[in-house]
Design a protein around this ligand. Sequence first.
Ligand SMILES: Nc1nc2c(ncn2[C@@H]2O[C@H](COP(=O)(O)OP(=O)(O)OP(=O)(O)O)[C@@H](O)[C@H]2O)c(=O)[nH]1
Ligand SMILES: [Mg+2]
Length: 373
Amino acid sequence: MTQWFTESFRAEFEKQAEQIGRVNLAVFGKTGVGKSTLVNAIFGEPVAVTGIGSPVTVGSHLYLDKRGTLGVIDTRGLELGRDDDVIIKELTKAIKESRSKPITEQIHAAWYCIRGMDRRFEDFEERFIRTLESLGVPVLVVLTQVPMRDGMFHPDAVELARQIEAKGLPIVGGRPFMTYAMRDQFTGQPPYGLVEVLGATFQVAPVAVQGALAAAQEIDVQLKASQSHKAIAAAVTAAAAAAAVPIPFSSAAMLVPIQLSMMARIAQLHGLGLDKSALLAVASTSVATSAGRAAASSLLKFIPGAGSVVGGVINASVASSLTLAMGQAWLVVCQKAFDKTLPGVGGRIDADAVRRLFEDEMAKRMPSIRHRG
Ligand SMILES: Nc1nc2c(ncn2[C@@H]2O[C@H](COP(=O)(O)OP(=O)(O)OP(=O)(O)O)[C@@H](O)[C@H]2O)c(=O)[nH]1
Ligand SMILES: [Mg+2]
């Protein structure tokens, strides 16, 4: 039973991974301004250290660093202000070539980073930004390492931001984003401004890769939640439609892939890998303890109290309310897995506690479902 479940889950998980795709961000700025620090603060440390996502070359100086749902394009070994012609040439070529490729191979936004205390914005930077925009890439200007005190940005950075804004550049939001990406151990300066950069990037990203962006980032759980709610809503609609098909028994079986793909999607939005997600899904739905039941029947069978409605035709309203409750309960499990507050000891998952958590969350949303106890 567990094996059947895990295999079905794996299949849906892979389909969803394909579907969620990858968001690609180009990150520009002089060396040392804090590009990597910014990217890591928003998306977490690169998996590249594990040897998995080593960068691939896009142009002879353009690199694409793939990290699952995120691609970061940068200009290694080139310097803005010195090698602009080369960068623009390679970038233009790469962008033009990518237009005939699937959306997940395109560049969806660019972050142009300037150290907030640099005090000047140069002509070549303006030219570079305008070129990017003319190639169809939305550009965010990010001022990095901007000191802040008593709720006020450093005046020099404010002045720089004002200068840039006055140029009327075609940039997202019309003016620079003020940020500090990583706490300074000496001054105690905490990070800020990252959620704003992420939110603006999300707004300009094509809808097709917004899920990937929500999944890749690690600083905004609300963004993950709102994307999860979309997945739940879609599954609820699909479940109601499936249940409306008047073929006895089939409706329950038709719900399985719908619910599994919903669960896979939500898990991916929370950055959970296949193994972890499958483990949690097994624990949550208690399939492991329900051996002997017909594999082709519904997941609903494994949900406390729902067994009574399964075995025949499930009406559309039962199918949708169960799918909704299930999605919401699973979202809670994934959120806890994401912020590492799932019950368990020493990183090991306590399967019974996960099952109780899932059942409690289900029960909250479907008071008619009785507890197995
Ligand atoms: N405390 C603190 N340090 C930062 C911040 N941003 C950058 N730094 C430091 O500045 C240095 C350069 O940052 P990087 O992120 O490596 O800069 P980069 O733009 O990626 O540089 P290159 O890859 O060489 O182009 C590092 O020592 C960082 O720790 C920040 O927001 N806070
Ligand atoms: Mg770097």
